[in-house]
Design a protein around this ligand. Structure first.
Ligand code: FES
Length: 169
């Protein structure tokens, strides 16, 4: 179950400092801000469960980047949702091997039957597109919170949505 906590700059700063130190060790002082940006965003996501909008100007300031730089990276990567996640996160593989065995049908079914679209949250479940979960031979592959699932077809999706809405862990 995703754990989301409120933005707190005082808790964020040691994480930012650690990534800046790592970037300096690899790249020297010149490229430290840009080099640290992606690791910093992952650290924020991991620690807070979500990159809060309030984090953007703070990170930009600390890394000596523009807010547009930070927002650009946030919007480019699927790992960073635009809204806080629901109680559960469903990652559906949309890469080629899973497409070939029906992941696009599953995505369409989730939208039609459960009003659940990529990047959005419905019924306490957030849907994220991912591009390979390392389970290509057993697709369509999905991951619910930390649990990897195989053969995630429309029926399986219905069963899981029902289970998650009923409060299953
Ligand atoms: S392509 Fe879906 S798990 Fe690899």
């Amino acid at each position: 179950m995703p754990h989301v906590i409120a933005w707190d700059a005082n808790r964020a700063d040691p994480l930012i400092d650690a990534e800046l130190d790592r970037a300096r060790a690899f790249f020297g002082a010149d490229g430290e801000g840009a080099s640290a940006l992606l690791p910093v965003l992952h650290a924020m996501q991991h620690h807070f469960g979500f990159v809060w909008p309030e984090a953007v100007p703070h990170i930009a300031h600390r890394l000596n980047l523009s807010k547009a730089d930070v927002r650009g990276v946030l919007s480019f990567y699927h790992d960073f949702p635009e809204t806080p996640p629901g109680r559960h996160v469903l990652k559906l593989c949309r890469a080629e091997a899973c497409q070939s065995v029906g992941s696009e049908r599953v995505a369409a079914h989730l939208a039609a039957a459960h009003t659940l679209t990529p990047g959005a949250t419905a019924h306490g479940v957030t849907l994220q597109n991912v591009y390979c979960l390392g389970n290509c031979a057993l697709g369509p592959a999905a991951m619910i919170d930390e649990q990897l699932l195989s053969g995630f077809d429309e029926l399986t999706a219905d069963l899981w949505m029902s289970r998650l809405q009923d409060g299953a862990p």
